[in-house]
Each structure stands twice: as structure tokens, then as C-alpha cells.
Design a protein around this ligand. Structure first.
Ligand SMILES: [Zn+2]
Length: 229
């Protein structure tokens, strides 16, 4: 089941107020059209009745794919709510959820993302059966080996699953401020496969590097930088 509510929204351009339906959670098994809307950047999008402005309202969204057993919480990072606050709040809600679970049951795993592009990237990645921690490890090595091209402070590195092949992964740099996509970086699939072997031998090392719920090479690098490492 998907969950939505009616919210009174003010147009950022002309100030017209209107009631719109916004989604808090989507179940892509029962409502596959909502997944299409999300992928096409049409979910929680509004057309202003006053000035025709088309804009997206970013709010926390739970993505649920029961077939793949996938729960991803997208909590938009904003000026008022930075990643630290988001992580703290996420921890607290996980604790509340765990406290409510019967003693013999574990709360389901929930992954966290901070932007829509990362949500879409992660859905493609997991649907292809790729390992998120290993992909982020690959990104980590791209970031650290190409500091002049890929700066985590200003750029995201996104895996483009659709343009990747059996031989190569195709990554694209995104400017965080302008959202514009830029340079494409290719990475041999063989290196991912050998990394996967390492993962299967000793996954603890990867889990230690990316404990979750936010599994992100960029966040890890920004955190290290903030700590002065
Ligand atoms: Zn308007």
C-alpha cells in the first residue's frame, strides 16, 4: 500500500495556494505507476494553477519493493536539515521500530539516501543484483585516484546502470550545486568482480567501511575530511 496525504502548498513563484496529494510512501508492487512517476521525476510534482509553474516538492519518501524485499528511505538533505540531523533522526526511528518488534523478529533493513538521483541509482543497482557496498568501494577508489577530476565536495559520482556493459561500468559525475551531469568515467567490470570475491571472503571489512544505513563513498570522504583525516 502507498501512503499519501493532501497538503496545502504555496507556489514559490506566484504565491498561489492549492491542495495537492503528496506521497509519503510508495509500494511499487501494488502501485507500479508510482514507480514510473518517480523514475521520470514526476512524483510529488505540482503544476501551479496560478502561473503554470511546474515544481517538485521534496519530502521524505519511503520506497518499498516487496518483491525484492527492498526498503529505501529518501530524506532530502536541506539547509535546515543536514546529513548529521538526518542520520540522528534515522537512528532514533530505527530504535523505536526495533522496540516495537516482537522479540523473535528483526526489524527490516532500511537503506537511506539523501537525494532523488541517488534513490534512482540505488534502485537500478539493486534490481541488477549489484552489491551496493562494493559499488561504493569502487567509487571510493575512483574519488581517491582522481582528485583533480572527481572532488567529493562538489561532485557526486553516479553509477549509470543502463549505460554499463558486461565489460565496463559507466559512472557519471554530477555537480551537486547545479545538478548538471558532466564527465563520464569508465571502470573495468573485472575489477568489480575481483572486489566481489574479496567481499565474499570477508564482507566484514566492507561493512566496517560502510556500516549503513547511508552507504556512500562521497559521504565517507566528506566525513573523513571534516574529521581532518
Ligand atoms: Zn504559481
Amino acid at each position: 500500500m502507498s501512503i499519501s496525504q493532501t497538503v496545502n502548498i504555496t507556489c514559490p513563484s506566484c504565491g498561489t495556494k492549492q491542495d495537492v496529494r503528496l506521497y509519503d510512501a510508495i509500494n511499487v508492487k501494488t502501485d507500479p505507476e508510482l514507480k514510473d512517476a518517480l523514475m521520470q521525476n514526476m512524483l510529488n510534482r505540482i503544476q501551479c494553477s496560478g502561473c503554470d509553474l511546474n515544481f517538485r516538492v521534496d519530502k521524505p519518501l519511503m520506497y518499498n519493493d516487496p518483491k525484492l524485499g527492498l526498503l529505501i528511505h529518501w530524506v532530502p538533505e536541506t539547509e535546515e536539515m543536514g546529513r548529521e540531523e538526518i542520520l540522528d533522526e534515522f537512528e532514533e526511528s530505527l530504535e523505536r521500530m526495533n522496540a516495537q518488534m516482537p522479540a523473535d523478529q528483526k526489524a527490516p533493513r532500511v537503506r537511506l539516501v539523501l537525494s532523488r538521483v541517488e534513490l534512482v541509482e540505488l534502485i537500478f543497482m539493486l534490481e541488477k543484483g549489484l552489491n551496493q557496498r562494493v559499488v561504493e568501494y569502487v567509487k571510493y577508489s575512483i574519488f581517491t585516484r582522481n582528485p583533480e577530476k572527481a572532488d567529493p565536495k562538489t561532485h557526486r559520482l553516479l553509477l549509470n546502470v543502463e549505460d554499463s556493459t558486461d565489460e565496463e561500468f559507466c559512472f557519471v559525475l554530477q555537480d551537486v550545486a547545479s545538478q548538471e551531469l558532466g564527465q563520464i568515467l569508465r571502470y573495468g567490470r573485472g575489477a568489480y568482480d575481483s572486489m566481489m570475491e574479496l567481499y565474499e571472503e570477508n564482507s566484514a571489512e566492507f561493512t566496517e567501511m560502510f556500516p549503513g544505513p547511508l552507504i556512500s563513498a562521497r559521504e565517507l570522504l566528506l566525513e573523513d575530511e571534516a574529521l581532518g583525516q
